[in-house]
Ligand binder design. Structure first.
Ligand SMILES: [Zn+2]
Length: 205
């Protein structure tokens, strides 16, 4: 693409780094911004840099949060005896949208993937085990995607937590989840949480 302006070219190059955004879309977005009021564009760029600079991770569940303890962990309406283990914040959002779950979460920050060089030490696994030692947890629900990485992670986590005197469950596997959550309807996801199965039973399916 030949640009008449270096400023335009730079802005397009930045937008084109975003997932799913090609050069043409990037150019359309940048030209759109140029048509906006300067104040509007300030708000846009301000929201992004504020997000990056001020975002925190909850010190209990590791979910993305504005404060050092997230709203879910801080709420006295949530059932702390129930911990749902998920890959990332998108899963928390999807499950929250079902309005079917009243426990708390533990966000791993990814899945074990030897191919990508991601091992247990790269994830919030030790903190989960620590939580089980001190927490009043009675049940842990694994809500991980039914992929090879999800299965590997589930298998590993089960080994780490099975010695605790708690119920270990999984959501109905085989439903699209995690990165594909936008394809999961809330009713299906909500049902898979409420009709969760013991971990051992999930292995035979
Ligand atoms: Zn939290």
């Amino acid at each position: 693409m030949n640009f008449s302006s270096k400023l335009l070219e730079n802005a397009v190059a930045e937008f084109a780094k975003l997932p799913g955004v090609g050069q043409k879309t990037a150019l359309r977005l940048v030209l759109h911004l140029l048509n906006q009021d300067k104040q509007e564009v300030e708000r846009f760029s301000g929201a992004i840099s504020k997000l990056r600079n001020e975002i925190q991770f909850c010190s209990v569940c590791h979910n993305i949060s504005d404060l050092s303890i997230c709203e879910i962990c801080a709420s006295n309406k949530r059932d702390r005896s129930l911990i749902c283990v998920v890959e990332d914040t998108r899963d928390v959002m999807a499950i929250e949208n079902t309005n079917q779950y009243n426990g708390v979460y533990h966000v791993l920050g990814g899945l074990i993937s030897p191919m990508d060089g991601i091992g247990p030490s790269d994830l919030q696994v030790d903190t989960l085990v620590e939580r089980l030692k001190t927490n009043e947890a009675k049940e842990i629900i694994f809500a991980l995607s039914a992929t090879m990485e999800g299965d590997t992670t589930l298998f590993y986590l089960h080994k780490r937590v099975k010695s605790f005197n708690i119920t270990i469950s999984t959501i109905a596997r085989g439903i699209a989840f995690g990165g594909e959550l936008e394809y999961v309807d809330e009713i299906t996801l909500g049902r898979s949480i409420t009709t969760r199965v013991p971990y051992e039973n999930s292995l035979t399916k």
